[in-house]
Design a protein around this ligand. Structure first.
Ligand code: ZN
Length: 392
């Protein structure tokens, strides 16, 4: 499986290098089918004959992944495609369900060039298999099975809610409740630091180095697991009781742009909402918060869709300094981090709750103007209004 993942990485990187060379020479980018023809040549060439040992479909999928990386880049959804590094996200995907056999009662799966492989079931696989991804994480191999099935059109249940994301409070709801942040990273921080130090003292690629690396990866994995569990519980709880969830847009586009920078202004920061400011203050690991936020948003999105609900993303400007009562916008409204007091009308509340109320109002406005002609929002609006007044 390591070999297969390595072959996929090789194909991806070689195709990316080729595309880059062509670009520098001023030539057109090769399409997927042209890359596939090259792949056949590589598999037949004596220099890279080992490529023929890997199943061909996953290798083609690596080329598809590269295609997608390019189109994400062109659509400004992501940065320029990067070379894949050994030992990071090792995985390969079988796209053809005809070649896959799944025996759930025996807990085994048949995959091309691997044969029957036993697995430990985490949950029942429902529907027909569409594709299978095999991946390595924290020293363990995982199989993800994507399926397709018909489901009843769900009826959305519950009202609308706005959510403000933060560091001090992970999520504050417009009804005044909030979800405290997960502090497992803090607990693991010391162990992580020690494991990192231990690794740096070892001779690279020695046996002891490998052992230290495995220990470090285990800690990383535990942190990741704890975070995933936390995010799933939080997003499930919110989606269970609400049909419409409004949330601030953190603008992935601007972020990738700022991270990569331009030729004139390398690494310029275009960051807006309160989360980033707080993060700068708290000095927490950047990637850890980033991942949590996007993963949370992703989970909300699909879990709401499952239940017939909807996630609305609103522009983040001024949500924390606008008075939800009279609409007065001023930085003076927010005297401290926690306290909001309108300098015009005297309305008072927790600053995060105020932001959540504003986010909800913007989301509902967007819904009114947007294409959803079914009267659902009217009912929701009434419910959320009641909720907002209660919290006031
Ligand atoms: Zn006011």
């Amino acid at each position: 499986m390591r070999c297969f993942a390595g072959s996929c990485r090789y194909v991806y990187n070689r195709a990316l290098a080729l595309q880059k060379e062509r670009y520098e020479r001023g030539e057109k980018k090769l399409g997927y089918s042209e890359l596939c023809k090259l792949l056949t040549q590589w598999r037949n060439s004596p220099d890279t004959a080992w490529l023929a040992d890997a199943p061909v479909h996953p290798l083609q999928q690596a080329l598809r992944d590269l295609e997608r990386a390019y189109s994400n880049f062109f659509a400004k959804r992501a940065g320029f495609p990067r070379f894949k590094k050994k030992g990071r996200h090792s995985s390969f995907r079988y796209p053809d369900p005809k070649q896959i056999k799944l025996e759930q009662h025996n807990s085994r799966i048949f995959l091309p060039k691997l044969g029957w492989v036993r697995y430990r079931n985490s949950r029942e696989v429902l529907g027909t298999v569409k594709n299978v991804t095999v991946s390595l994480s924290g020293g363990k191999w995982f199989v993800s099975i994507q399926t397709e099935r018909e489901v009843e059109q769900p009826v959305p249940q519950g009202g609308a809610v706005g959510i403000d994301m933060g560091v001090v409070r992970f999520a504050t709801l417009s009804d005044g409740t909030f979800i405290a942040p997960l502090n497992s990273f803090k607990r693991h921080e010391e162990r992580l630091r020690k494991a990192q130090q231990a690794l740096s003292r070892k001779v690279k690629f020695s046996n002891n180095w490998r052992k230290a690396l495995a220990r470090l990866q285990r800690i990383h994995r535990r942190i990741a697991d704890a975070r995933r569990d936390f995010l799933h519980k939080a997003s499930t709880a919110i989606c269970k009781n609400h049909a419409i969830v409004c949330i601030e847009d953190l603008q992935v586009r601007n972020m990738t742009k700022s991270a990569a920078g331009t030729l004139d202004q390398p690494g310029r920061n275009v960051r807006t909402p309160s989360l980033w400011r707080e993060r700068a203050k708290s000095g927490l690991n950047k990637s850890i918060l980033d991942q949590g936020w996007y993963e949370f948003r992703r989970q909300l999105d699909y879990k709401l869709a499952w239940k017939g609900g909807r996630l609305i993303v609103v522009p983040p400007q001024n949500t924390s300094i606008t008075c939800p009562c009279c609409g007065h916008v001023s930085a003076d409204n927010r005297q401290t981090r926690d306290r909001f007091m309108c300098v015009k009308c005297g309305y008072e509340n927790h600053a995060d709750v105020v932001a959540a109320i504003n986010i909800l109002a913007r989301g509902l406005d967007e819904l009114k103007g947007g294409a959803r002609p079914d009267g659902l929002w009217i009912e929701l609006h009434r419910q959320s209004e009641a909720g907002t007044h209660r919290s006031r």
